[in-house]
Design a binder for this molecule. Structure first.
Ligand SMILES: [Zn+2]
Length: 218
């Protein structure tokens, strides 16, 4: 992570920033970074949760230490930026663009450690557990599936109508789903919500007017 940017982020930190900072703290962020650690971490009372001694936890109010009362109320602005994914450990980058199985294994290890801290009422541990659980749900969410509706103006099988036929983008095959209307305007009134309209492409069949790209719920 770039540390030459001297502009600092002062709390309150929003939920998105708390998540990004905490994922970076435990090596599950988007770019190699040494975690922010507690100033008292050498006192023999600090644990290694998070992959280093005395790793701080980001909360809405700033950094807290799960092992003592230390708090720190700033982070470098660059900490909140988005970078390509890498897994970072104490020795540096352990995986660049890690596969999901590797991310989940590391995440589950961290989750177990911080749940243990939470059970002992350690400061900030609950926030870290929430961040890791949210990240886990994101990683396990099924990928979006898209459908493409292709709009035909008076095709040979419907010579007096404008029709939209849905294609399954996974199989690239037409489905039985069909919308019919006497005019293009009337057909567009039936357009699925949140459709992205794609203009006809060069080389499309002459009866093709446009296409609608729609995200299909899993
Ligand atoms: Zn501490």
């Amino acid at each position: 992570m770039m540390r030459n940017d001297l502009s600092l982020l002062t709390p309150p930190w929003d939920a998105g920033l708390v998540q990004r900072l905490n994922l970076a703290q435990v090596g599950l962020g988007d770019w190699p970074a040494h975690p922010y650690t507690c100033a008292n971490r050498g006192d023999g009372r600090h644990g290694d949760e998070g992959g280093d001694r005395g790793v701080l936890i980001a909360t809405e109010q700033g950094w807290v230490c799960p092992h003592c009362t230390y708090a720190q109320a700033w982070a470098h602005a660059a900490s909140g930026e988005i970078y390509p994914t890498a897994i970072v450990g104490q020795s540096g980058i352990e995986f660049f663009r890690p596969p999901q199985s590797v991310l989940l294994a590391r995440l589950d290890g961290m989750l177990a450690a911080y749940r243990d801290l939470q059970a002992r009422h350690a400061t900030g541990a609950e926030v870290m557990v929430q961040v890791l659980e949210a990240r886990r749900a994101q990683l396990l969410a099924p990928p979006a599936v898209f459908s493409l509706w292709v709009i035909y103006d008076r095709p040979s099988d419907f010579p007096t109508e404008v029709v939209a036929r849905r294609f399954d983008l996974k199989t690239e095959q037409p489905t039985q789903d069909l919308l019919r209307a006497p005019t293009l305007v009337a057909l567009r009134a039936q357009q699925p919500a949140d459709a992205t309209v794609l203009p006809r492409q060069k080389g499309d069949d002459p009866v093709i007017v446009e296409s609608w790209l729609v995200e299909t719920p899993p």
